[in-house]
Write a protein that binds this ligand. Structure first.
Ligand code: RIB
Ligand code: CA
Length: 312
């Protein structure tokens, strides 16, 4: 089996970090062409730094890291230090990474890499606001045939919004970019809160990760102990939802998830409901199906996969 070429676009973020660790722990499955950072959980200068720290912790400084957009396409940047801490990856020591930041802008890297690739060959895995992806598509639509599929974390249907009553953070941050992605015409799988709220980092699961006893395992435990505090109180749950790694897990073991082809549209203007994912789950509009909307996951199977890969 040849490794799938992927680009991970992210805003680390403790859960982005676990997604990156899972991907980097699976070199037979993924050829990570690059990690592109976007402003989101914390400003861009922190997300790009955090991505490099994560690569160094994983011993994967071979993976190039690029800085992308520092604000959404239209609206002002919303950050989430209340969830992720001032560093964006509170729970692990931050420092000035030794590995360099690539000088090329992330959007230029995405465009250049895709234009040079074969049709249908590159998988995009966005786990933050979709600004870099939306900008790349709008600037250079010729990249579209090169995309094998997009698997993104964002949105909510049966779950309420986590940032406004109507909207999940990634989509709220840049609804214009999200709408561009919804209508890109390429195979699209969406991993919403409806799924990620089923994968909670409970105390038992945290101890299983701690038992791995590696640098990466210890870093994840530290970050999850911080990440758990906010959501456990907010949701009254035993642990926080592990959002972003679900994208990588889906690519590794899609059978862990259930989804349905639907029409998904984004509210881009309303001050009240901006960022809402309008999911036509029952096909009442007759609008074209543009996304595989995931709605359930085998949570124990997800954590077994995660821990198995981290041990390897
Ligand atoms: O709403 C959850 C998403 O927003 C996750 O990707 C988290 O990292 C934040 O970016
Ligand atoms: Ca994220």
């Amino acid at each position: 089996m040849t490794a799938r070429p992927i680009i991970i676009d992210c805003d680390p973020g403790q859960d982005d970090a676990v997604a990156l660790f899972l991907a980097m722990a699976s070199p037979a499955d993924f050829e990570i062409l690059g990690i592109t950072a976007v402003a989101g959980n914390v400003p861009l200068e922190l997300t790009q730094r955090n991505a490099r720290i994560i690569c160094e912790l994983a011993g994967r400084t071979d993976v190039p890291v690029f800085a992308g957009c520092d604000k959404p396409m239209r609206y002002e940047l919303i950050t989430a230090e209340n969830v992720h801490g001032k560093t964006g990856i509170d729970g692990v020591a931050v420092y000035v990474p030794g590995m360099p930041l690539q000088t090329q802008h992330a959007v230029d890297f995405i465009i250049e890499t895709l234009l040079a690739a074969d049709d249908g060959s590159i998988t995009l895995v966005p786990t933050g606001p979709l600004t870099n992806i939306g900008q790349a598509i709008s600037r250079e639509p010729r990249i579209l045939p090169k995309i094998r599929e997009i698997v993104l974390m964002g949105g909510a249907m049966r779950e309420a919004g986590n940032t406004t009553p109507s909207a999940e953070f990634n989509i709220l941050e840049d609804p214009d970019a999200a709408q561009i992605v919804m209508h890109c015409g390429r195979p699209l799988t969406i991993v919403p809160l409806d799924v990620t709220h089923q994968v909670l980092v409970s105390r038992q699961r945290l101890e299983q990760i701690r038992a791995i006893g590696t640098t990466v395992g210890d870093a994840i435990v530290g970050m999850m102990e911080f990440f758990n505090r906010f959501d456990s109180i907010k949701y009254g749950s035993d642990g926080a939802p592990l959002h972003d790694p679900c994208t990588i897990a889906y690519l590794l073991e899609p059978g862990l998830f259930e989804g349905k082809m639907c029409n998904v549209e984004i509210e881009t203007g309303s001050p009240l409901t901006r960022g809402h994912t309008a999911v036509d789950f029952w096909g009442v509009t007759g609008r074209a199906h543009n996304a595989n909307w995931l709605y359930s996951v085998d949570a124990d199977g997800f954590f077994a996969l995660l821990i198995d890969r981290l041990k390897a």
